[in-house]
Write a protein that binds this ligand. Sequence first.
Ligand code: LLP
Length: 400
Amino acid sequence: MDYLKLKEEFKTPFYLYDFDLIKSRFLELKDVFKARKSQIFYAMKANSNLSLLQMLVRLDSGFDCVSIGEVRRALRVGAKPYKIIFSGVGKSEDELEQALKFDILYINLESEEEMLLLESVAKKLKLKARISIRVNPNVDAKTHPYISTGLNENKFGVEIDLARKMYLYAAKSAFLEPVGVHFHIGSQLLDVAPIHEAAFIVAKLLRELKALKIELKFFDVGGGLGISYEGEKEPCLYDYAQGILASLTGLDVTIGLEPGRFLVAKSGTLVCSVLYEKNTLKKRFMVVDAAMNDLIRPSLYNAYHEIVLPYAKGEPSLCDVVGGICESGDFFAKGRKLPKSERGDIVLIKEAGAYGFTMSSNYNTRPRICELAIENSVVKMVRKREKFEDLIALEEECLD
Ligand code: LLP
């Protein structure tokens, strides 16, 4: 990749995504589940760029959405409503109403209160709401506490006994139709055993419900597959699938998958440039033109992202790679051995395709950076760089 040419044309910083890699990972994941009916619902919170979503629609992907805005993104790129599901612990009444009107595949319920609210909304609209319940199977995903979701102490889903009660209620309601079950125990899982454990627990519930004549069609195992950021061993896809398939004996269900990171993380690079080399009495800092507002993962989770200077030839030594924001937490790496750089040198921050741009902000009134994609060796811009005017537009409307 000729980053210098890209810099000349688009300036830094920018995100660069490899769409071909996303495609191949999508097909790889689909393939390991071929023994059964399966549907990928891409968790677009990881990266919701419209061009990326459009590419996935062409591969027949469905979408897991966590706001009505995300549902609208999916519809905007031509996804069929029956390929869209809506999850999240805090859906508003208005969002539930809109989701019903859009006639999406189903709504993942996260509490009894939400079920009752949805029932009343469906009644008002004279519709029957297709539902799935997010079960919290109380298994430890053994990942970062901020992205672990499958323990009873987490805010997500409902415990199995309550789920059973909710299904019995929903099955009798004139305005609810139970069609699926869902669990998602955490993200960046390098060991898939906890997912298998959860699958067995939830499949048992399905068998119990089946005996009560409540037959669910979708068995949604969430996302969570981890990737290697720092040379970690990635889970084997085949084993991941086999463990899930093994849990489903005697059940005729479509397996729902909600990968986010697995599909897009490796495809993305945050490309930036060195602004300054700065040495204090204690430390060497490499100040770059991207910052925590562009990629917050290191600041928020102490996450590791590999950093490469493809053209710098200087002697390597330890340094902190930092952005220009007024916070000591604004860093991409600490104590990393990197070559001495020159002003303008290209810096690549790798594995930034998931939870990079989608978690970016305008902190310090910094315009969001542009996004580029490469597909069949052609580079195209898939989101323009924001301008100062974009940032203040809504405030300007309110000026006296
Ligand atoms: N399904 C549900 C219900 C989820 O909550 C999530 C992610 C996914 C699917 C997709 O999970 P994945 O396959 O990407 O692991 N911002 C954090 C990750 C937060 C994940 C939130 N939920 C990070 O940067 O690591």
